[in-house]
Design a protein around this ligand. Structure first.
Ligand code: PEP
Ligand code: MG
Length: 315
């Protein structure tokens, strides 16, 4: 029976009551597409484009970009693919974008801020994506990293729509835009929460610094309360709210995130099977009850323990 279960085709992500929770892959190059599909990824929830160009000294040509995007989008023809425009700066330095001399790169000209200061690069990237998908035929969504204001949200989504991308959204990874998600989602078609940076900025703890790693925990109720605000804003506007940070790969935290209003989860492909199994154990009412228990804790350890206790208690 075990062998039969293992060779059975993997189904889509859903809760015990049938509520769909599409499970998507985080990828950094088209090379990971096959593995993601083999793990049952229903699409791509975060394609990190900066990894394609980390060693480029100059901005990549539209042609070089189009070839990379076409390879990815063709592999996921007919499926959702969320591509993030270049996230330069801090932990992802790109020689041709951003300012390498900053004292505090995590708080500097990074992500959308750097692209806006070099708008030609942003326009080229969006155009290359639209062109690549004209042939590939994926359900292409684009999103901007490190958005911190409603005005930036409108700037990016308007530009993407103008350049032919139908579905344009923002990453929510800065607390200011999580707090203003109800305003931002008046402009954006969707939001995707990046829990890695959202935790870093909420806790004021550098995600790369071992000495403060204890604070870099997405179970922290301060982070979960922000996720809940974004989830509520998504429900109000009827717009999708995904999760694409590492938090989505934690099987119990994934249930909490759905209970807080996340409509899709994106993660490293190796985590998909365990998250799929975990979601299938709970209906939406249980996920909300477990999430509520976590929200009421004082700290990350308390939230994890409260969620675990709630998950083991029958309704
Ligand atoms: C995040 O910040 O959670 C995220 C998904 O983006 P990255 O890890 O690439 O910064
Ligand atoms: Mg990030």
């Amino acid at each position: 029976a075990r062998a039969a279960a293992e060779s059975a085709p993997v189904g889509p992500g859903r809760l015990a009551d049938g509520t769909p929770v599409p499970l998507l892959a985080n990828l950094g190059s088209p090379a990971g597409a096959e593995e993601a599909l083999a793990q049952g990824a229903e699409g791509v929830g975060l394609f990190r484009t900066e990894f394609l160009f980390l060693s480029s000294r100059e901005a990549p040509s539209a042609e070089a970009q189009r070839a990379e995007y076409a390879a990815l989008l063709t592999a996921f023809r007919g499926k959702k693919v969320v591509v993030r425009v270049l996230d330069a700066g801090a932990d992802k330095p790109l020689p041709f974008l951003g300012d390498a001399e900053e004292d505090n790169p995590a708080l500097g000209l990074r992500g959308l801020r750097a692209l806006r200061a070099n708008e030609r690069i942003l326009r080229d990237q969006l155009t290359a994506l639209a062109d690549a998908n004209a042939e590939a035929g994926a359900d292409l969504w684009v999103m901007a990293p490190m958005v911190s204001t409603v005005e930036e949200t409108a700037y990016f989504t308007d530009l993407a729509h103008e350049l032919g991308l139908q579905t344009a959204g923002i990453m929510v990874e800065v607390p200011s835009i999580a707090l203003l998600a109800d305003r931002a989602l008046a402009h954006a078609d969707f939001a995707s929460i990046g829990t890695n940076d959202l935790t870093q900025y909420t806790m004021a703890a550098d995600r790369l610094l071992g000495s403060v790693a204890g604070l870099q925990d997405p179970w922290h109720p301060a982070v979960l309360r922000l996720v809940a605000q974004v989830g509520a804003a998504g429900a109000t506007h009827g717009k999708p709210v995904g999760i694409c940070g590492e938090a989505a790969a934690d099987p119990l935290l994934a249930v909490v995130l759905v209970g807080l209003g996340a409509t899709t989860l994106s993660m490293t492909p190796a985590a998909l099977a365990d998250v799929r199994t975990s979601l299938a154990r709970f209906d939406l009412a249980a996920a909300r009850r477990i999430a509520q228990a976590a929200l009421e804790a004082d700290d990350a350890a308390g939230a994890r323990a409260a969620a675990l206790a709630a998950a083991e208690t029958p309704a």
